[in-house]
Design a protein around this ligand. Structure first.
Ligand SMILES: NC(=O)c1ccc[n+]([C@@H]2O[C@H](COP(=O)([O-])OP(=O)(O)OC[C@H]3O[C@@H](n4cnc5c(N)ncnc54)[C@H](OP(=O)(O)O)[C@@H]3O)[C@@H](O)[C@H]2O)c1
Length: 235
């Protein structure tokens, strides 16, 4: 039986939800984080009915107090965290001149502050247990620039730098760190894109399968960075 505990941020929809379904199937004990408690409860009930241990935690990752309370709840419930899937994130599609202060602040507070807060709180516990895997859901836009995605690219490049540093810093504690830099995925966040080709994009479950594959590697193997896109589509 799998006794590992995985915390997944942004588990209420899209990629995070599919990762939750996949890890539930693989027998992990889950803590699911997002702001939408109602949806988290629905997902948790479904997964619990299939025999999975699930702790739904409403939390805004851009709020440090909310993050501290969420991670304390996970530790009180499970006593440990083995895996962090840092997936929650938002996008802004706008030219630099059209990007409002509000859009910029949201990108900063969720993609940068939120990712930093949750990682720092979780890694604190992984350091104590001298093991763990932190996997960031990054983006193609964290490796190359795209027109009208400058603020999003800014944040996703940041995540790659953060992960590369953490990987070196945390090695001595047996903590593995990796980033999955994904191309376009057919999720709700892209509902504004009108395309008849969405079935040929990456699907959320494709990313969940890559997470599964990464977590199944032997303990001494680290995949620092995975770049993935659909063979039919590349930005
Ligand atoms: N879709 C793509 O094409 C694509 C490609 C490459 C990388 N990515 C990355 O993959 C990740 C997931 O993308 P997605 O397409 O699945 O997005 P999505 O469908 O919009 O889902 C985003 C998730 O993040 C949560 N979230 C947003 N703000 C939050 C906050 N302040 N605190 C806690 N949770 C928050 C949302 O839940 P609540 O609203 O309930 O809080 C939701 O569960 C993102 O980091 C994105 O940048 C996506």
């Amino acid at each position: 039986m799998n006794t590992k505990v995985a915390v997944i941020t942004g588990a209420s929809q899209g990629i995070g939800k599919e990762i939750a379904y996949q890890l539930a199937e693989d027998g992990y004990n889950l803590a699911l984080i997002s702001r939408n408690n109602e949806v988290l409860l629905e997902i948790s009930e479904l997964l619990s009915s299939k025999g999975c241990n699930v702790l739904p935690i409403p939390c805004d990752i851009s709020d440090i107090n909310s993050v501290r309370s969420a991670i304390n709840q996970v530790i009180n419930y499970y006593q440990k965290i083995d895996i962090l899937i840092c997936n929650a994130g938002i996008g802004v599609y706008n030219s630099l001149q059209q990007t409002s202060d509000d859009e910029w602040n949201k990108i900063l507070s969720v993609n940068i502050n939120g990712t930093f807060f949750i990682t720092r709180e979780v890694v604190k516990h992984m350091v104590k247990s001298k093991s763990g895997y932190v996997l960031f859901i990054g983006s193609e836009a964290g490796k190359q620039g795209f027109k009208n995605l400058s603020s999003y690219c800014f944040s996703k490049f940041g995540i790659n730098g953060f992960a590369a540093s953490l990987s070196k810093e945390c090695k001595k504690y047996g903590i593995r760190v990796g980033v999955i830099n994904s191309g376009l995925v057919n999720t709700e966040s892209n509902s504004n894109i009108i395309s008849s080709m969405k079935s040929t994009w990456l699907q959320p479950n494709d990313i969940a399968k890559i997470v599964q594959m990464t977590l199944n590697l032997p303990d001494h193997v680290v995949l620092d960075e995975i770049s993935v896109h659909s063979i039919h589509h590349r930005l």
